[in-house]
Design a protein around this ligand. Structure first.
Ligand SMILES: NC(=O)c1ccc[n+]([C@@H]2O[C@H](COP(=O)([O-])OP(=O)(O)OC[C@H]3O[C@@H](n4cnc5c(N)ncnc54)[C@H](OP(=O)(O)O)[C@@H]3O)[C@@H](O)[C@H]2O)c1
Length: 230
């Protein structure tokens, strides 16, 4: 990842932070984009290698375009987009509401489409442009209460396949499909679980960064399960 210019969306979340940390360790120049403002005040040791953009709602096409224009003017290009922004909701259909379906689609799918649209003009200029999306293993066979979430993440899988075909030979487009990530939120929600079986964020970060690197230039349209011991 040495000197590769990458955008990490959802950069202030559990997985986003792990990806930002590993990307910087591997020598990348990293733009951190998130709707949250929470980590805006925090400094990174090497400010020349990271740009922090908080308060950016990627579901808003204009906000996304403005953020990627800032990345381009700051770093002078873009090599990889890591679409990590997203979230989860559990709700049965019988006791559910349409607002949850709208929220899941906006959070998981609209953000990725909007960020991709804003990034692609820059990625096409890179000699080795890449997009890595985060789908979910739970979208391959959805369980009870997983409808809205799994449908939005199934959308990520289809976006990945379709965009990979659209940009074949120009920009690679792949997705990881995690099972359960070992995050503080998941530990709080499932206190009785065996945390050791879950995917460690730093391990998932390695898979994402491989797909964002030049080493994976022959891989596009792949949906890679990253499941740890689950
Ligand atoms: N955790 C798991 O077990 C698991 C399993 C499979 C897949 N995934 C996927 O992995 C990704 C990361 O998960 P995580 O556990 O790290 O989630 P997380 O800690 O909630 O981080 C997600 C980040 O994305 C931000 N975000 C939300 N909406 C946004 C928007 N419209 N524009 C820009 N940023 C936005 C969030 O900000 P706010 O906090 O302010 O909303 C948050 O900082 C997600 O796509 C998730 O669906 C997670």
């Amino acid at each position: 990842m040495d000197k590769r210019i990458v955008v990490v969306t959802g950069a202030f979340g559990s997985l986003g932070r792990a990806v930002v940390g590993r990307a910087l360790e591997q020598g990348a120049l990293v733009a951190q984009v998130d709707v949250s403002e929470a980590r805006l005040g925090e400094q990174h040791a090497d400010e020349a290698r990271t740009l922090v953009l908080g308060g950016v709602d990627l579901a808003d096409a204009e906000a996304a375009r403005a953020a990627f224009a800032r990345v381009d003017s700051h770093f002078g290009g873009l090599d990889a987009l890591l679409n990590i922004a997203g979230g989860f909701a559990w709700q049965t259909v019988a006791n559910g509401d349409l607002a949850t379906w709208d929220r899941m689609f906006a959070l998981n799918l609209r953000t990725a489409v909007s960020a991709s649209m804003a990034a692609l003009p820059f990625l096409e200029k890179s000699a080795s442009g890449a997009i890595v999306n985060v789908g979910a293993l739970g979208a391959v066979k959805a369980g009870v209460g997983m409808g809205a979430y799994a449908a939005s993440k199934a959308g990520i899988a289809k976006l990945t396949e379709s965009l990979a075909e659209e940009f074949k030979g120009k920009v690679t487009v792949n997705a990881v499909l995690p099972s359960i990530i070992d995050t503080p939120a998941n530990r709080a929600d499932m206190p009785g679980a065996d945390f050791g079986k879950w995917v460690r964020p730093e391990d998932l970060a390695e898979a994402i960064l491989f797909l964002a690197s030049k080493k994976s230039r022959a891989i596009t349209g792949a949906l890679l399960p990253v499941t740890g011991g689950v």
